[in-house]
Design a protein around this ligand. Structure first.
Ligand SMILES: [Ca+2]
Ligand SMILES: [Ca+2]
Length: 242
């Protein structure tokens, strides 16, 4: 069905282009022969380029922004669709707000970025680059949480989290694929996602006790309410990862 619609569009487009061509050919009769030849040459060139452009299509642009000073090598959407991250050979990662294209934050990778990825829960952003350094940031405030410069060879050129966020994998310049554990994977009871279940997580649950909603971080069992079940999860895992 999509192919049929595309065919109709191409047919209509071709008809319109040829109609304009015929009209311009009629106008060309009124000028001197030498100028007529030039006009026909330009006309045919324009016609070919226009037809080619229509045939290849054009993206329906939502927004477009500059800001990097070199090639943008990688982009990634956050899992909730609220953010777009872009990594560049200029050594930076930029975080853009999807709703209006506003630049929210610039993270410095210090050398060319080849690949970036969000964690499945959207809390983390990881980047790899040709300098052999992998960096993990916290999305909420841009804090650099971890830097790896070992077991990365001379470059981590592609990088991605596993679907459950417990691992991340990357491809090295020396033709090696690596899988490593995500040190910031959320533990049971770890409300603030810092890898440690402690009194800060307990306080978060207590202060949010009774709140309802669909995406409350304190609602650890995701049943829509912060209650004693979430409190029990913190208490039963208290001290884990600390
Ligand atoms: Ca915690
Ligand atoms: Ca709950």
């Amino acid at each position: 069905m999509v192919r049929t619609a595309q065919n109709r569009f191409n047919t209509l487009t071709s008809a319109c282009v040829w109609r304009e061509c015929v009209q311009l050919l009629r106008q060309a009769r009124a000028v001197r022969p030498v100028w007529r030849s030039v006009q026909l040459f330009v006309l045919l060139g324009t016609l070919l380029l226009t037809s080619e452009a229509y045939a290849q299509g054009r993206p329906d642009i939502v927004w477009m922004r500059g800001g990097h000073s070199s090639a943008v090598s990688s982009v990634a959407f956050s899992p909730d669709g609220a953010w777009l991250a872009s990594g560049s050979w200029d050594g930076s990662v930029k975080l853009w707000r999807m709703s209006d294209g506003a630049l929210v934050r610039t993270l410095s990778n210090l050398s060319a970025v080849s690949s970036i990825a969000f964690s499945p829960d959207g809390r983390l952003l990881v980047s790899g680059g040709g300098n052999g350094i992998i960096r993990i940031w916290r999305v909420s405030d841009g804090a650099l949480l971890q830097t790896y410069d070992q077991e990365t060879s001379t470059g981590a050129y592609s990088i991605q989290f596993s679907p459950n966020g417990q691992l991340f994998g990357y491809g090295r310049w020396d033709a090696t694929v690596v899988v490593a554990r995500n040190p910031f994977a959320r533990r049971d009871g770890d409300v603030n996602g810092d890898g440690c279940v402690d009194d800060s997580d307990l306080l978060r649950v207590l202060f949010a006790f009774g709140n309802t909603g669909s995406s409350l971080p304190e609602d650890l069992n995701r049943d829509g309410i912060v209650d004693d079940a979430d409190l029990a999860e913190v208490l039963s895992n208290f001290g884990s990862g600390c």
